[in-house]
Design a protein around this ligand. Structure first.
Ligand SMILES: [Zn+2]
Length: 186
């Protein structure tokens, strides 16, 4: 068993060698990674310098694995609080400032009390301050308009936004795979 306290997560790439997800970054616990190796579902691209032992064999823990079967990204992302924040780049759509998630809330552009619905098209990320200031007013009544017209993002758009938020922990063997997948100048 690896030493306690260390997790040795494996970066999981799709069969096209791009991470399954950027934010949160797709990683598996080493136990799941090892299981997938034995089931022949993944190829090991890089390993940690750490082994686990069973009575009959020793195996190095994978640090980067790629799925053998391609998993297509679903077209419609889930309408969740987190995905709204991700669409809006974790920034308040009224003042434009970026906040950590626990300081963000969401705002109904057309307030619920005025018939506004909870949809991708009517919900935006807001800081508590702007949310309070806007209250139950329509944008034109308080001159507060969202910076971007809210709409349903594609999974691809969310993935693109996720790239801008690097994970807290990056094993060095992951860097190449994340780096090579970055867009060249467009
Ligand atoms: Zn704000």
């Amino acid at each position: 068993m690896p030493d306690g306290g260390q997790h040795f997560p494996a970066l999981v790439l799709n069969a096209d060698f791009r991470p399954l997800s950027y934010f949160p970054l797709s990683v598996w616990a080493w136990q799941d990674a090892i299981k997938a190796v034995f089931l022949d579902r993944v190829s090991v691209l890089s390993e940690y310098d750490v082994e686990v032992h069973s009575p009959s064999l020793a195996i190095r823990l994978p640090s980067v694995i790629a799925l053998k079967d391609y998993i297509p990204a679903s077209r419609k992302p889930a309408f969740t609080r987190f995905n709204v924040f991700l669409r809006d780049g974790f920034s308040c759509q009224y003042c434009g400032d970026r906040y950590p998630t626990h300081e963000l809330t969401f705002d109904h552009v057309v307030p619920r009390s005025r018939g506004g619905r909870t949809t991708w098209e009517n919900v935006v990320t807001a800081c508590a301050c702007c949310n309070l200031r806007k209250g139950s007013k329509l944008p034109r009544e308080c001159h507060m308009f969202p910076r971007l017209k809210p709409c349903q993002p594609s999974t691809w758009e969310l993935q693109e936004n996720g790239r801008a938020f690097p994970p807290n922990y990056l094993h060095t063997s992951w860097r190449d795979y994340l780096y090579w997948d970055s867009e060249l100048e467009s």
